[in-house]
Ligand binder design. Sequence first.
Ligand SMILES: NC(=O)c1ccc[n+]([C@@H]2O[C@H](COP(=O)([O-])OP(=O)(O)OC[C@H]3O[C@@H](n4cnc5c(N)ncnc54)[C@H](OP(=O)(O)O)[C@@H]3O)[C@@H](O)[C@H]2O)c1
Length: 286
Amino acid sequence: MTARLLYQLDTDATPSVFDSVVAYDGGADHVIGHGSITAAMVGPLVEGAIYTRGPKEKQYTALFIGGSSLNGAEAVLQAVRAKFFGKFSVSVMLDANGCNTTAAAAVALIAKSVKLAGANALVLAGTGPVGARAAAMLALEGAHVTITGRNAEKTEAAAAAISKRFGVTVGAVAAPDAPSRHAAVRDAQIVVSAGAAGHQLADANAWQDSEALRCLADLNPEPPLGLGGISASDKGKDYAGKIAFGALGIGGLKLKLHRACIGRLFAAHDQVFDAEAILAVAKEMA
Ligand SMILES: NC(=O)c1ccc[n+]([C@@H]2O[C@H](COP(=O)([O-])OP(=O)(O)OC[C@H]3O[C@@H](n4cnc5c(N)ncnc54)[C@H](OP(=O)(O)O)[C@@H]3O)[C@@H](O)[C@H]2O)c1
């Protein structure tokens, strides 16, 4: 049987251990990690992947783009795809910092609890890889999305990048401290907290009395959690009419989804698993 080879192209110096473990668990026979990858470096790597196996075996070579820089990963994906032509391609997945699989798991679970189309959704710290993808996916599902970040310029740039990549409109609000984040939460029907691990972005007072809020999700698994008043293991827990998802409650689907996408990479030689395709799989699985 032809070995399933997954080449990890990671923009960080050390390829992610998390991504390599999930790659094996998802069905790869060998995972080969490359670190410090930039768009300018991918030419020979892609040539090695597309020219080595015949039409029937090419599907068993695949690429995984990771690392903590979403912009860097997107540039690598673009460079990889630019090398493909005709039948000379392999399947590729982008999941920088788990951005697509984590956001897709969260959005698929939220979508089961509340209607996304037309809802006002707020993504706290939507400037990071996971928050940016959560904002994009909520917008693709028809929500009116605003992201926050501590710095106005950075937040506006992140919102503009999401809008450009996905053809959606995403608002930006600078919220450098707890009071400004609490004010932003007030009118939202859906709140996703996507801040760095171990940082609280809003306490329970920010959302418990909100009349608008229907659903909240926190992606940060490390105490203090991003949203006070919920538990990391919440998975659709009802807090007086507000449905909550914690990071561990979302993490189970995230891991299954990540593994499933790795498995699907080897089903054909020409697939791209980025936000849209990964969200579609998440919605099947949720
Ligand atoms: N549940 C799961 O399965 C799962 C999987 C993967 C990741 N995660 C979690 O998802 C979250 C987001 O991941 P990520 O990779 O996108 O995170 P990240 O890049 O490390 O941080 C996201 C954003 O947090 C803000 N931030 C950083 N330090 C802060 C501080 N001291 N106070 C307030 N805000 C701060 C920054 O926004 P500004 O500078 O613009 O304010 C940053 O862009 C993390 O908590 C991560 O652990 C969960």
